[in-house]
Unconditional design. Structure first.
Length: 1237
């Protein structure tokens, strides 16, 4: 019976309810009609009309005196007329109706017969919201033209001018990829990357009529995703001709230099930018057929600053330097600041120390000398063997955009519209800059996106309205890369756990992509006013086709440390700074890199649907299909003129994406099933290849009649309830509250990301790691070098069922450091519980204050966890656990004890083979000493994961870590969050030429991971810290920012004809002093949270653990300080700050995101002068000068995670806390001219 009932409900929602338009494209007008004694007037006639388009609506007030126009096209120029027997007609002119907003316009009728007429103009476009508890701001097209807008191709600056939203796009505690953006009801989100404020096909400022943002108090008809809801409406034509011709110009003469470039003497980047175009709208048939067209062309010839890590001249000459043990030398010593602390090895000495006695690689030295330029930034790099090279790289961007709209009034009740948008862009973006001067761009971006929509608005009766829309958004991107000068291989110096020695000599040829995404959708929204109830129901249906092509198949040669070699303690100079992981790692890496040692080789091989290998390099082409349905029903019930209850139910059903060609593989083992098996196996001390079930991949998806990645969720119902209350004693105040459940958008981003990289049956990634953890010296002598680099051999053609990294029942993935990413087949839709309570008050002078509390409880959030992570493992013979043994040796090594003097730890003595201590080139007194000697640096910093991985060839399978993979990432529902925020908005309606909005947010967001769906956790960052204890890294969210202030202001100066000063000036004088206006967008926020990392991968093989704070709080006080080398730093004394932390101890790690980055302040300002060309025709010329970052205030960017650069890593003292980039641009002055009519 229960199943039958649920099925009936689903059938009703999916088929009886039409498809909704969550991104509302209409507005509503409501209010109450009263007499002079404030008694309500039932049956009053209310007419809403707009002369410029011939629109006219008529309703009667109900028994409570209330009236409601449910679905009104947004825009200016409306009039309201009220009439009732025995009362004077009352008319209000020039009303502006904001999109996705409910305007309250009350009327008090007087006894009599003469008409009372009121001119509103723009002074009351912000009114009290008496119908629901939604939170957010509207922006009208006129305001867009009066504010300094940095990029005319998009109104993205307005996204951040909302309460509760951060600069990264996190909205009231929701992650960035949960925002929803629509243009004219069409989904224009970037479904692949989830980029904040991204609009497929662009939406040029001059093409936009309305912008609405909602950040809290969501209603049942809001769109998918639990983040901000942003609606944009394209301008339309009217009975009056209107338009403009414009030109916006910037060049070097109006632009300041970047702070870092100026500090290092790097010339100012070149810039010549012209954005120009025009728009026109008007009638084709008066009152019947209207059109609008906008053209934007942007030509930007500019440069961007690039910083690469390059060899110092000493290293390029074959001299390897290191930090010595002289007095006062520390691991932050550098050649340019403490020359007495730097010692060197000549090429002859290097050859002598080299166990193979070959010496430095001629190929590597040739790269250092001929490929890398000389450094010009000595504050970058380790300062011992490397430094920085800053240069300006071309970053051209050419964009053309066309936007058009046609509106046709078939009858007064039925109206049709059609909208189209086409984008053509060729650009070099920030990820495509040159590797070094003279190189081609490392990546070129081509955009050929477009969208179109057609719809019908039908006023069925005075109480019924329906809007139907069909359209498609087509995202067509191509990221091409230049041909690889290295051939079919690529050399890099990245080893995965120490700071990269130098940047790659050439840009990586792999990863060229193209993407073609078609989102077709049908939307419908039906509104029925029934007495005091306004009923809304509807839904949308989308079918999404996603084609992605990624070029791969190049072999990669990793040079330096890595593979099974983490250090070379026996080869280090005797006078190297003792017991210091930074000094040792930097020398060890530089030494073996100069030899040309191959840490590992890797290759990627693609196969077609029949299992045939494709020639290298090749492209993996995937074609995905996904269907999405959402529906809702809601009721806004005006119980009394003072109280409105809003309740509704939302339902979503998203299918599981599948690959339409059959190129789909999945694994069916649930995360909980797999991890629980590991927990039980580890607790019991059971080892062996079969101790844990193997992860097995099979063909999946509809094309293969196989299972999907997970099961569709059939019960994603989301209720909503809210109220708005206007107390009778104060009609200028409204109290409201809301509670709702919202589901996140589909996890298609995560699926597409991981499936393309880990399909196994159609793509094989092969990694061969070199080295012997128990014989570092022998590894250096015998490992292959770049001169004799082997070709990566293709593996056997895979067949289903396929068990990765398992050969004849023997696992080898952990030993080879193999990675895997998959989706938990038991995945559920993430959701949030949203709560809000607020107050609005309208002051005299057309000012509205809004104060709201917003709370969010995120549950079942998408989170990435490493199921192969460390789990404590007991030694049955002694009872000692792996964690206890690790803690003991870490304490001893950090105390300076020599590895040969380490006491035997029972766990290592029993778990490692009895002859392990004598299996290398050096004989040790016990297994413990032998294990530590080869991995001293790992032990010193507490790198538990890499230590066990290094020992894995000598341990039984599945001891401590899963033997099948080095990392086995699952997309799970293990994420959770909480958010509490106070959101305050003060809005000044236009009066006396002044209009402004000020938003202040005081908030705190907490979670256990902040990673978004489209980002694969990696580079040591983004995972759940410890899946055994999911709350271990519960802390400040990555985007948590305590204080946020954003604002915008426009002010028409009170000088000139018709103004308060000089109202009667002659026209020639008015041309001089009249028509001036100023505007600005000031913003400020406190620092964003960040974690000091330990460079120790504890629970996960690729999960950098937060450092443990146990020092002086004064040492980590935040500020902006200039170091000895001139580089800025958040710490006054980076060495003292490092010393305030320690690395992990065993499985114990530090707290996440306990520090704060730099504060941010920016001020964009504009000055405008309007000249009347033909006042009678309303033709004007407007000159503007806009200054972005007008104070040229350098805002330093947050510290960089995931680069192993040391900025956030306590093992790299010389770089810890160092600021290397600015957030935003230096001052840019833009001059523009517009002819408007």
């Amino acid at each position: 019976m229960r199943r039958s009932f649920i099925g009936s409900v689903l059938l009703f929602i999916l088929f009886a309810v039409p498809a909704i338009i969550y991104a509302q494209t209409t507005a509503s007008v409501n209010g109450t009609v009263t007499d002079p004694s404030d008694a309500v007037i039932p049956g009053a006639t209310v007419v809403l009309s707009k002369a410029s388009t011939g629109v006219r609506y008529e309703v009667k007030s109900d028994s409570a005196g209330s009236y409601h126009f449910a679905s009104v096209p947004p825009g200016p120029g409306y009039s309201l007329e009220f009439s009732a027997p025995g009362f004077s007609p009352f008319k209000i002119n020039d009303i502006y109706v904001n999109v996705a907003n409910s305007r309250t316009q009350n009327a008090k009728l007087t006894v009599g017969i003469s008409t009372v007429e009121v001119q509103v103009t723009d002074s009351s476009d912000v009114t009290l919201n008496t119908t629901d508890a939604s939170i957010g701001n509207n922006f009208q097209v006129s305001k867009l033209q009066d504010l300094p807008v940095y990029d005319r191709s998009t109104p993205s600056v307005l996204f951040s001018l909302q309460p509760g939203i951060t600069s990264s796009g996190a909205t009231t505690g929701a992650r960035t990829d949960q925002n929803n953006v629509t243009v004219d009801g069409l989904d224009v989100n970037d479904v692949s990357n989830g980029t904040f404020a991204s609009i497929t096909g662009n939406a040029p400022v001059d093409s936009i009529q309305e912008f609405r943002g909602t950040t809290g108090g969501f209603t049942a008809d809001n769109g998918p995703g639990g983040g901000g809801q942003f609606q944009l409406i394209t301008r339309s034509g009217s009975n009056q001709w209107h338009g403009n011709i414009n030109e916006y110009h910037r060049d070097n003469s109006t632009t300041a230099n970047n702070w870092f470039d100026a500090n290092e003497g790097v010339p100012q980047p070149e810039l010549v930018q012209n954005q120009f175009g025009g728009a026109v709208g008007g009638p084709i048939l008066h009152d019947k057929l209207f059109f609008f067209f906008n053209f934007l062309d942007s030509r930007i010839a500019q440069q961007a600053t690039v910083e690469r890590t390059v060899p110092l001249p000493s290293l390029a000459a074959g001299t390897i330097s290191y930090i010595n043990n002289n007095t006062d030398c520390t691991d932050s010593s550098r050649q340019n600041t403490a020359a007495n602390c730097i010692s060197s090895l000549t090429p002859a000495q290097v050859q002598q120390i080299d166990p193979a006695h070959v010496g430095e690689s001629p190929q590597i030295l040739a790269l250092f000398q001929n490929r890398y330029p000389a450094p010009n930034d000595l504050s970058h790099g380790d300062g011992v063997n490397t430094a920085g090279f800053r240069f300006n790289s071309p970053e051209p961007d050419n964009l053309t955009n066309y936007t058009g709209r046609v509106d046709y009034a078939f009858t007064p009740q039925i109206k049709f519209f059609g909208i189209g948008n086409v984008t053509r862009q060729n650009a070099v973006q920030s990820n495509g800059l040159q590797q070094f001067p003279g190189d081609p761009p490392s990546q070129q971006f081509v955009d050929r996106s477009y969208r179109y929509a057609a719809g019908m608005d039908w006023e069925i009766s005075q109480s019924k309205f329906n809007q139907l829309t069909y359209g498609s958004t087509v995202q067509d991107f191509d990221d091409s890369r230049p041909s690889n000068v290295e051939g079919l291989y690529h050399v890099d110096f990245f080893n995965g756990f120490t700071p990269t020695l130098v940047d790659d000599p050439y840009s990586n040829p792999s990863g060229a992509t193209s993407r073609h995404v078609i989102i077709s959708q049908v939307n419908d929204n039906f509104t029925w006013t029934l007495g005091r109830h306004q009923l809304q129901l509807g839904g949308y249906f989308k079918w999404i086709h996603f084609m992605n092509s990624t070029t791969s198949g190049y072999d990669t040669y990793n040079i330096g440390l890595g593979g099974h070699l983490s250090g070379i303690p026996q080869l280090e100079p005797k006078n190297i700074l003792p017991a210091d992981s930074t000094a040792s790692e930097d020398f060890d890496n530089a030494f073996v890199s100069s030899l040309g040692r191959l840490a590992s080789t890797a290759g990627t091989f693609n196969y077609d649907v029949n299992g045939n290998a494709l020639a290298q390099p090749s492209s993996s082409i995937r074609k995905w299909v996904d269907y999405q349905t959402q529906s809702y029903i809601s009721d806004s019930w005006k119980i009394t003129p003072q109280v409105t209850i809003n309740a509704g139910l939302n339902y979503q059903f998203f299918t599981v994406p599948y690959e339409s060609q059959g190129l789909e593989t999945i694994q069916t083992t649930g995360f909980d099933q797999y991890f629980d098996a590991r927990l039980k196996q580890s607790a019991a001390g059971i080892s062996g290849n079969n101790a844990v079930p193997f992860i097995t991949y099979v063909l999946g998806g509809k094309k293969n009649n196989g299972p999907g990645f997970y099961k569709s969720n059939l019960l994603d119902f989301a209720p909503h309830v809210a109220f708005a209350y206007t107390p009778g004693f104060d009609p200028s105040t409204v109290f409201n509250a809301s509670a709702s459940l919202v589901y996140d958008r589909t996890v298609i981003n995560a699926i597409l990301n991981q499936q393309i990289e880990y399909s196994y049956l159609f793509q094989q990634n092969v990694t061969n790691q070199n080295g012997n953890v128990n014989d570092p010296t022998g590894s250096v002598a015998n490992d292959p070098r770049i001169a004799s680099a082997p070709t990566v051999a293709a593996p056997p053609t895979p067949k289903a069922p396929f068990q990765p990294w398992v050969t004849n029942g023997v696992t080898n993935g952990l030993q080879g450091g193999q990675f895997n990413t998959t989706v938990d087949p038991n995945l559920k839709t993430p959701y949030s519980i949203l709560l809000s309570f607020g107050m609005q008050h309208q002051f005299k002078g057309s000012t509205v204050l809004k104060v709201n509390y917003v709370g969010r409880l995120g549950r079942r959030l998408l989170a990435q966890g490493d199921a192969a992570q460390l789990i404590d493992f007991p030694d049955a013979a002694s009872g000692q656990t792996m964690n206890q043994a690790m803690q003991n040796i870490e304490r001893e090594v950090r105390a300076g004890m020599s590895e040969k003097n380490l006491p035997a730890e029972p766990w290592f003595e029993h778990q490692l083979a009895s002859n392990f201590k004598s299996s290398g080139s050096t004989i040790y007194p016990n297994n413990t000493s032998a294990a530590v000697a080869s991995n001293t640096n790992l032990v010193r910093v507490g790198d538990f994961g890499d230590f066990i991985q290094a020992l894995s060839p000598y341990l039984q399978p599945n001891v401590g870590m899963s033997a099948q993979f080095g990392e086995n990432t699952f997309f799970t529902n293990k994420g959770f969050s909480s958010y509490n925020g106070l959101l305050v908005t003060l809005q000044k309606n236009l009066s006396h030429g002044l209009q402004f909005d000020v938003n202040y947010t005081w908030s705190h967001s907490i979670d256990n991971t902040s990673e978004v769906a489209n980002d694969g956790a990696g580079d040591g960052y983004g995972f759940i810290c410890d899946l055994v204890h999911p709350r271990a890294c519960r802390g400040n969210s990555d985007f948590d920012t305590t204080h946020y202030i954003t604002s915008d202001v426009t002010y028409a100066l009170p000088f000139g004809r018709g103004r308060s000063i000089g109202a009667t000036l002659p026209r020639f004088a008015d041309e001089l002093i009249g028509g001036w206006s100023v505007s600005g967008i000031p913003s400020w926020h406190s620092g964003q949270a960040w974690s000091p990392l330990s460079n120790a991968f504890v629970a996960g093989f690729a999960n950098d653990a937060p450092a443990i704070f146990n020092g002086d709080k004064n040492a980590i006080k935040r500020g902006i300080h200039k170091g000895e080398d001139g580089s800025p730093n958040v710490f006054a004394d980076p060495t003292a700050a490092v010393n305030a932390f320690s690395g992990p101890l065993g499985l114990s790690i530090g707290s996440r995101n306990i520090l704060r980055g730099p504060e941010f302040f920016n001020m964009d300002a504009g000055l405008a002068k309007t000249f009347a060309i033909l006042p009678s025709r309303n033709i004007n010329f407007k000159f503007r000068a806009d200054a972005f970052n007008v104070l040229n205030h350098p805002n330093f960017d947050d510290l960089d995670y995931g680069s192993y650069s040391g900025q956030t890593t306590i093992t790299a003292t010389s770089n810890f806390g160092q600021l290397t980039a600015t957030n935003g641009n230096p001052r840019v002055l833009q001059l523009s001219g517009r002819i408007e009519f």
